[in-house]
Design a protein around this ligand. Structure first.
Ligand code: HMG
Ligand code: MG
Length: 298
């Protein structure tokens, strides 16, 4: 059965912008974050404390994290792959952080320069330190429905890495279809496998829409009980270490689907769509939310 309420995790300011080749001003990023909060999004991944050599677009993470005009009831989070990232994020008053691993060895090497086992060992001290600071940690698993380097990924491998993150103390594990190759039946089988090791209410779906399957995949996994969905306004984005990967499923499209299913989100679709129109114009990108485009034409 479908959940009654779904929480959206808006990853546009991070996943959506990290791959943009032209510099985007800190002011534009801050305005995006503020507009998303005003539209009723309660969780925003605002920045990424990674190496600026690896991801130049996130180099202003400190400026972003420090200067958000924070709204009550909104969580502003950041990616922190290691202790250096975490310390930087804590200095800026981050409320939550996320570590990111993968179900594929090759992707782990390309993305974070270490094996899956090494990444898990690196995350341990991050979780310990975050715990001391009273900051919750979310865990990502990439390549849950396919890898750009290894192809098919076994659901058992996804379950194994998810369980390791959960056992380590991640309060939620977000399952990333990094390259958007998943289809609904496959997505459902993967969720079934993972939920044997990690409770369903501790799992989130993070689907990219490269092959146009993300909404269908979400429908399938929400039917299984998934109630946290990662998405990006206007479908912005792509992973710098997954060639050809396009954006996340568009937040507007997810909210429209959920509204139609009678599932609560607390989000104002029109305000969200207006934010999508604004940011795509501000950075000169096409709006990849069909709902956003349709509403803007009215
Ligand atoms: P490394 O080179 O193995 O680490 O990078 P290192 O510890 O040897 O450090 C090398 C240099 O990086 C040093 O600087 C460090 O100070 C610096 P140097 O001495 O050469 O001047 N450094 C840092 N700088 C800033 N912040 C840090 C940091 N750590 C080290 N936190 C590292 C390891 C993970 C840092 C690197 O590989 C990296 O930054 N990778 C970026 C990965 C990334 O951001 N990928 C995109 C996000 S993941 C994603 O999009 C998938 C997701 O959306 C889910 C899905 O869709 O599947 C989450
Ligand atoms: Mg992603």
């Amino acid at each position: 059965a479908f959940p009654k309420h779904v929480r959206l995790v808006e990853v546009g300011p991070r996943d959506g912008l990290q791959n943009e080749p032209e510099p985007i001003s800190t002011t534009t990023k801050l305005e995006l974050i503020e507009r998303l909060g005003a539209a009723g999004i309660s969780y925003i991944e605002a920045a990424s404390f990674v190496s600026p050599k690896w991801v130049p677009q996130m180099a202003d993470h400190q400026q972003v994290m420090k200067n958000i005009a924070r709204l009550d009831g909104v969580t502003y989070a950041a990616l922190t792959p290691n202790l250096k990232g975490l310390e930087g994020a804590l200095e800026c008053g981050v409320e939550e952080v996320a570590v990111f691993g993968a179900a594929s060895e090759a992707f782990s090497q390309k993305n974070i320069n270490c094996s899956v086992a090494e990444s898990l060992a690196r995350f341990e001290p991050v979780l310990e330190r975050a715990n001391e600071a009273g900051v919750q940690v979310r865990g990502y698993v990439s390549c849950v429905l396919g890898c750009p380097y290894e192809g098919e990924i076994a659901p058992a491998k996804v379950a194994e890495v998810s369980k390791a993150l959960y056992d380590m103390g991640c309060y939620e594990v977000s399952l990333g279809d990094t390259i958007g190759t998943g289809t609904p039946l496959k997505a459902k089988r993967m969720i079934e496998a993972v939920s044997r090791d990690v409770p369903m209410d501790k799992l989130a779906a993070h689907f990219h829409d490269t092959y146009g399957q993300a909404l269908a995949n979400l429908y399938a996994v929400m039917e299984e009980g998934i109630a946290v969905v990662d998405s990006s306004v206007a479908g912005l984005g792509g992973c710098p270490y997954a060639k050809g990967a396009s954006g996340n499923v568009a937040s507007e499209d997810v909210v429209y689907l959920l509204d139609g299913l009678g599932i609560e989100t607390g989000i104002d679709l029109n305000a969200l769509a207006a934010t999508g129109t604004w940011i795509t114009q501000a950075i000169g990108r096409p709006n990849r939310s069909k709902v956003g485009v349709a509403l803007a034409a009215q």
